[in-house]
Design a binder for this molecule. Structure first.
Ligand SMILES: Cc1cc2nc3c(=O)[nH]c(=O)nc-3n(C[C@H](O)[C@H](O)[C@H](O)COP(=O)(O)OP(=O)(O)OC[C@H]3O[C@@H](n4cnc5c(N)ncnc54)[C@H](O)[C@@H]3O)c2cc1C
Length: 444
């Protein structure tokens, strides 16, 4: 029985970029890329400085390549450029990142017909619009009793085994703040990522792992001022490998804090993490706005212009002092920052080491857009053992209770860092492992 709170299957795949990573795939072999599971494991451990959870990372990397092969064999429409070294996160040493022609939806396009067939053949009892509301140990300690349904029509189901695959909590600011060190939430996660499955696991005696780990992605603007949602298809393009920065980034005081074109996402993310409220302003002038490629993907400049005056994160003024006042920055600090940057542009040498210095910020009107660190996937999660069984506070795995996917927390797979494709691929891989070798897992 598959319970799905939403009206459709797919969860976060509907919005995800869908980057996956796996070593020793057939596609890599065809392209002559030498790679193996050990190298993938070592690369993630290098990027995460040894902070990923070893047994889970071992399990994920060992089977990730075959997950990619299985998707391909099932009709996955692979981006023709893949596999690549991706630069939106700290890059791997070899090309082992893959994506579909339609981002996360390409993955769903493979999974949906398989699910539909399984439903048609009576192998899966799919219940859409049906929430898992409560989970309790079954009577006489046998299996589990799930309370499920909608507000008006709840019923109980007994199950020998339960797999919690309810995703993260990026749609739930209160839970996010509780589990992730009080940082403010800005996320493109859908509302269905409400952490309810994680809370059920905790209520049963499960434990949270990695609630002390967090790194923001650089960065986004809430769709609504003061909101916690950002549409990732129309995000600010702040990855220097994709769009070289023309603007400067300044703190809420008005000082630069990072070389905007530092090629290392990790370095930029750590610099942002030190900023209060994970906030900074992107500052530029009229000439830069006119000459530079649009700052936002999937958006044209007239749309961006229309946000000034209607959204508090977008501020414009004729003078730098006026801009500082509108943004709550210290005016002399902003004046000094811009003057220093303009000197760097004139001399071709920047104190913070930025190398792309295309134009000074010289002539009003001046613009500033308040950005905030983004949570792409949640960091903390439910602790499981190497057989994916939920571990209780006594350190013992709970019989017949498993968890896979983002409910495990992203830090389990890439520690205190981001490693490309290491949310979706392990989610698919662990789900496949539980499903394909079910009897062995059941008896483990
Ligand atoms: C914009 C964006 C881009 C991303 N890009 C990447 C990327 O490129 N690569 C990568 O690896 N990761 C990426 N991620 C993260 C990745 O997409 C997710 O971690 C992954 O899709 C989560 O899969 P999941 O199956 O664990 O959870 P989900 O896909 O969130 O599915 C959970 C499902 O459980 C249902 N559910 C929740 N609670 C209940 C309940 N109580 N009862 C019944 N049903 C319930 C939900 O409705 C949902 O359908 C991205 C995330 C976002 C938001």
């Amino acid at each position: 029985m598959l319970l799905e709170a939403d009206h459709r299957a797919g969860g976060t795949l509907h919005v995800s970029s869908g980057h996956m990573s796996g070593a020793a795939s057939q596609l890599q072999a065809q392209r002559g890329i030498a790679d193996d599971a050990q190298a993938h494991y070592d690369d993630v451990m290098r990027i995460s400085k040894g902070t990923a959870t070893p047994d889970l990372l071992r399990l994920a990397t060992r089977h990730a390549g075959s997950t990619i092969d299985w998707l391909m064999a099932s009709g996955f429409e692979m981006g023709p450029e893949c596999p690549v070294i991706a630069y939106s996160h700290e890059p791997y040493r070899v090309a082992r990142t893959y994506w579909g022609t339609h981002k996360g939806l390409s993955i769903l396009k493979v999974l949906q017909p398989l699910l539909d067939d399984a439903v048609k053949d009576g192998l899966v009892d799919l219940r859409l619009n049906t929430r898992l509301v409560d989970l309790q140990p079954g009577s006489q300690g046998q299996g589990w009793t799930a309370t499920c349904g909608g507000a008006a029509d709840q019923y109980e189901v007994n199950a020998k085994n339960v797999v919690l695959a309810t995703g993260g909590y990026g749609g739930n600011p209160q839970l996010f703040s509780r589990l992730t060190g009080g940082y403010p939430l800005l996320s493109p996660a859908p509302a269905c990522a409400d952490g309810s499955g994680l809370e059920l696991g905790l209520a049963l005696g499960g434990q949270v792992r990695n609630s002390d780990v967090y790194l923001p992605t650089v960065a986004g603007v809430p769709d609504q001022a003061g909101g916690h949602y950002v549409n990732w298809d129309r995000r600010s393009n702040l990855t220097p490998q994709h769009r070289k920065p023309w603007e400067i980034y300044v703190t809420v005081q008005g000082e630069r804090f990072v070389a905007e074109d530092d090629p290392s996402p990790d370095a930029r993310e750590r610099a942002l993490k030190r900023q209060p409220q994970l906030a900074f302003w992107v500052v530029f002038d009229e000439a830069i706005f006119a000459q530079a490629p649009c700052l936002f993907t999937g958006t044209d400049k007239s749309e961006v212009l229309a946000r000034f005056g209607t959204h508090l994160a977008y501020q414009r003024a004729d003078t730098l002092d006026g801009l500082a006042a509108a943004c709550g920055m210290d005016a002399p600090t902003l004046q000094r920052t811009v003057a220093q940057y303009n000197t760097a542009v004139a001399q071709g040498k920047d104190l913070l080491g930025r190398t792309h210095l295309p134009a000074p910020i010289a002539q009003g009107p001046f613009y500033a857009i308040r950005h905030q660190g983004v949570t792409l996937r949640c960091w903390a999660g439910l602790e499981v053992d190497a057989s994916l069984r939920v571990v209780g506070r006594n350190g013992e795995p709970m019989k017949g209770l498993y968890a896979v996917g983002e409910i495990l927390g992203g830090a389990a797979m890439s520690g205190d860092s981001f490693a490309s494709g290491m949310s979706i691929t392990p989610a698919l891989t662990f789900g496949r492992l539980l499903g394909s070798d079910w009897l062995n897992w059941q008896n483990a």
